[in-house]
Structure formats: structure tokens, C-alpha cells
Design a protein around this ligand. Structure first.
Ligand SMILES: Nc1ncnc2c1ncn2[C@@H]1O[C@H](COP(=O)(O)OP(=O)(O)OP(=O)(O)O)[C@@H](O)[C@H]1O
Length: 313
């Protein structure tokens, strides 16, 4: 079984009378990418600041690889790579010089420092721009270098705070690919975002956070199943639609069929695996399907259901 890298329990933090995080518990195993999804102000930055150990907690506990962790423990801090929202790079140094600077802070030197710098440049796809000043980098390239800084110490837990905010779509894809690869190598990844699509694409499990509390967590499918809402399948089709509707209504997985002007609309428990049967049944009723559209409930619907608000204001 995969080992638990991060375990936090009962985390709490208040700023005066504002309770920013209340009774937060999260576990992340090696190789797992966990997304903390919530709107601005939900408490994501406060939560991860306590987890990485730059903010003292009011209550609760954090362990990394089974070892107790807090703001004073340097041994466990070495197991964490933290990539904060604000970029902290030197624009007048080159990409490679930046990595060497931060590498020295981690105690690397000489040949080991150069080797690790080059490895990290390769991982974040910046080897060919390593000799240029960061000032000349695009926003996305700077972000990737920033992630590189977080990787220098070969962390067990990589914590990324909204790493794709303000990044162009191409760099965004590169960052998501990077993160996926790193988790593939066994790192545990904690990723905060208010982009539902990123959480859906990238994360093995998602925790939905709002007003400082974890409202629900699980795989995308777990969360969507909680809603108890079906997939909607829309078929644009020609032929005897009434006959097809009757045949489809007899399928166990189909709970409702409406005949529309140019086709059919179905509610199906799980559309994906049932599409072949739906299309075969439609075909047997003499109906030609011109296009199929499936709409599944998504994390946005889950969030709305749990909190009564949209993820983005
Ligand atoms: N230093 C502080 N002093 C007082 N209140 C704070 C402080 N930092 C955060 N807060 C409040 O705590 C709550 C959680 O903020 P936090 O920054 O953790 O949320 P977030 O989900 O990370 O939002 P964002 O995506 O905007 O960074 C908010 O209500 C915020 O106003």
C-alpha cells in the first residue's frame, strides 16, 4: 500500500475573530495529487501555510512521512517543496543562476548543485532558456522556474499554491503535465486552485473547501455521485423518434427520454459505458444519429450544491 506522506488533523487558524481554517484534516499518499478547491478567501493559502510550516497553527497536528512537523522543525521542512503564489525569483539572474542561488540555500554545492540545477531545468522544460535572464521569461516560464525551485531539494511533498493563475494556456498545460509527471515519480502533491477544470483534470482526489471548512472530499466520481444526479445525453437524430424513445425507455440505465424537435434527450445513470447500447437501440428503431453530446455533473455542480454559491464570483 502507498505510504501516507502528509497527514494533518484538526488544523485551526483564526485571525482575530475571522476563523480562516476550522478543523481541517487531510491525508495525501505518495504518488497522489490532492487538489484543494475553493473560491478566493476560502482559506486555501492559510491551510497550506500551516501545512508547510510558515504559519503557526492555533490547534491540530501535521506529520510528514510520519514525523511531527511545525514551524520550528527544519528536518521535516526539508521534505517539503513549497511553491507560493507570489513569484520570488531574481529577474537579473539567469534561470540557472536562480536555481543555483536557491540550491545553495538548501545546502547544495559544487558538482552536486550543478547536476541538480540541470536536472530541474530539464523537468520544467527550461534547459534551452537556462542561460537567459529571468527578466526575459514569459509569465508561464517564470512559473515553471518557480516550480523548479520547489523541486531542488527532491521533496516528498510538493505544495503548489494556485500555480497557473495568470499563465497562458500553453504554459498552463506544461505545468499540469509537469505536476502529473512528478506525482508519477512518487511525490505527494498538494495543489490549490479555484479552477474546477484543473482539479478535475489533474487531481486524484479533491477536497472542497469553503469558509475555512472542508465540505467534502473524494475522487471526482465520488463527489459527483454524492449529488445523485444523472448524466444528460442529447442525440441529434432523424427517423422515427417516438419508436426509438420507446425502445430506449425500456433500458434499465435510462431513467427518462424526451422527444425533441431534432432528436432525443435522455437521462442516464452513467452515460459513458452505456452509450454503445443506447446507439444500438436507437439504430434498431430505424433512427440515424448525427451527433451525441454528454453532459455530466461536474465539481462546479458539487460545489454549488454544498455551499449554495458558485466557485467563481
Ligand atoms: N493575515 C491575515 N489577517 C487577517 N485575515 C486574514 C489574513 N490572511 C487571511 N485572512 C482572511 O482569512 C480568510 C482566508 O484567507 P486565505 O488567503 O487563506 O484564502 P484563500 O482561499 O487562499 O484565498 P485566495 O485564493 O484569495 O488566496 C479570508 O477571509 C481572509 O480575508
Amino acid at each position: 500500500m502507498a505510504e501516507v506522506v502528509l497527514r494533518c488533523e484538526g488544523l485551526r487558524k483564526a485571525y482575530g475573530t475571522v476563523v480562516a481554517i476550522d478543523d481541517l484534516g487531510i491525508e495525501i499518499t505518495e504518488g497522489e495529487t490532492y487538489g484543494l478547491l475553493g473560491p478566493n478567501g476560502a482559506g486555501k493559502t492559510t491551510a497550506i501555510s500551516m501545512i508547510v510550516g510558515i504559519l503557526a497553527r492555533d490547534a491540530g497536528s501535521v506529520t510528514i512521512d510520519g514525523q511531527p512537523h511545525d514551524v520550528h522543525r527544519t528536518a521535516t521542512k526539508r521534505l517539503i517543496g513549497y511553491v507560493p503564489q507570489e513569484l520570488a525569483l531574481y529577474p537579473d539572474l539567469t534561470g540557472r543562476e536562480n536555481l543555483h542561488f536557491f540550491g545553495r540555500l538548501h545546502g547544495l554545492s559544487g558538482r552536486e548543485l550543478r547536476r541538480r540545477g540541470d536536472e530541474v531545468l530539464d523537468v520544467v522544460g527550461l534547459s534551452d532558456r537556462a542561460g537567459q535572464r529571468v527578466r526575459t521569461y514569459s509569465g508561464g516560464m517564470s512559473r515553471r522556474l518557480h516550480i523548479g525551485v520547489g523541486l531542488l531539494n527532491r521533496p516528498r511533498l510538493l505544495v503548489l499554491d494556485e500555480p497557473t493563475v495568470g499563465v497562458d494556456p500553453q504554459s498552463r498545460n506544461a505545468i499540469l503535465d509537469n505536476v502529473r509527471q512528478l506525482a508519477g515519480q512518487g511525490m505527494a502533491v498538494l495543489y490549490t486552485t479555484h479552477y474546477m477544470e484543473e482539479a478535475e483534470r489533474l487531481c486524484d482526489r479533491v477536497g472542497i473547501i469553503d469558509s475555512g471548512r472542508l465540505r467534502a472530499e473524494g475522487t471526482r466520481r465520488d463527489l459527483v455521485t454524492m449529488l445523485d444526479r444523472e448524466d444528460e445525453v442529447e442525440l441529434l437524430a432523424d427517423g422515427d423518434l417516438a419508436a426509438a424513445a420507446q425502445a430506449l425507455a425500456e433500458l434499465a440505465e435510462v431513467s427518462a427520454v424526451d422527444v425533441r424537435e431534432a432528436g432525443l434527450r435522455l437521462l442516464v445513470a452513467e452515460a459513458g459505458p452505456n452509450l454503445p447500447q443506447i446507439l444500438a437501440t436507437t439504430g434498431r428503431a430505424g433512427v440515424t444519429v448525427r451527433s451525441v453530446q454528454v453532459r455530466e455533473p461536474n465539481l462546479e455542480s458539487v460545489f454549488l450544491h454544498l455551499t449554495g454559491k458558485a466557485l467563481r464570483d
